[in-house]
Design a protein around this ligand. Sequence first.
Ligand SMILES: [Zn+2]
Length: 464
Amino acid sequence: MRKFLFVTTLLALAILAMLSAQGGQRQVSLVIANGTVVTMDGSGRVIANGAVAVDGTDIVAVDTADAIARQFRGRDTIDAAGRVVLPGLINTHTHAPMVLFRGLADDLALMDWLNKYIFPAEAKTVSPEFVRAGTRLAALEMIESGTTTFTDMYYFEEEIAKETRTAGLRGVLGQTVIQFPVADARTPADALARAEKFITEFKGDPLITPAVAPHAMYTLDGPTLKAARELSKRLGVPTLIHVAETRDEVKTAQERFKSSPTAYLDSLGFLGPGVLVAHGVWVSDEDIAILKMRGVGVSHNPESNMKLASGAAPVTAYLRAGVPLGLGTDGAASNNDLDMFEAMRMASMLNKLVTSDPRAVPAKTALEMATIGGARALGMDRQIGSLEGGKRADIIIVGMSSARQTPMYDPISHLVYVTRGDDVQTTIVNGRILMRDRKVLTLDEPAIIREAQGWAEKVRAAVK
Ligand SMILES: [Zn+2]
């Protein structure tokens, strides 16, 4: 017996020696090499000549290009010399199909904008086909501008999910629940039933996280808000809701409940882990304390808040309180694009302006909000938001050699203050290359743009 053990040990050692003599490089599906790697990991590591090894859906290692070359051989390789490699951007609040209303009506008071344009256009055009065409266009724009995960609230969310999966993007997709009759539900009960069916169909999908999206406290009664929250708790999925977007909402909450929108939701038992609040503009210190205590994430939407003159969210107060804070574009009808680089720049500049403090929301903080902060707000920071071994391979490669980006002293400064979505060259989600050197591989760009122009005719007719 002892002799047998001795022989097998020798044999094992011999095999190991042979393997290491062959170089010991592990073959992986993809190596991205020679770029400036901005990891957004816990120590904020930036690697000047770095590389990322990806195998299948996951990042296996992030290190210097030399160290990665010693350990890994990619079946596919991307040379990122002169470029910045960073985690894909996370849009924590949008309404993807609304790209088809982009530029339909601008420069109006919120209620005129909604009642004269958006609601009539939605009433006459929103259908499964509309939502699919809009999602394809939005997905194209997001892939082209470096967004790898988006959080959505709209109608016919199952159609959005199918298009998102085809495009290859990651989505946290919330089926809207609203009190009045809408295109995909006549009553809130219909909407809840639709949400349950959608969640059951997509739960466990590698790219799609289905969610429930009760629209807001002012468009839903208490029992429906509670039912929506119960449904998402029972099925173990996120709850997405607009909260404290405008002063009017705060006034409504005061008149109806003698309470702030946040305190009202808390009184219903609505707030808790898994809830993501969009906007959170008009909140008091007490409201922020409630959100922190309940483990709620917040999505800051500076461009939409500026364009609709809603106000400026107290970003520095959220950060000081330790509330997980992500960044969103909101729908393209109030932005008017889905470019997360612009959202970062605006988040930084708006908050400097309103606090009269140029140190507020520095570039690194804005970049955190668009990456790991967004992941935390969504409760997905174990999977996405930074470049670290074991996380999903959601990665973008950004060109840094245009006149506008020259010279470059600090990659993080450039990512926030001068880079645009168009500078993104390659977009990877779940290890799959969706765009390579500006060529989108998963979607037919000319066909999608043609189709969207066709829908614009119908939208124009609907608001005449
Ligand atoms: Zn919204």
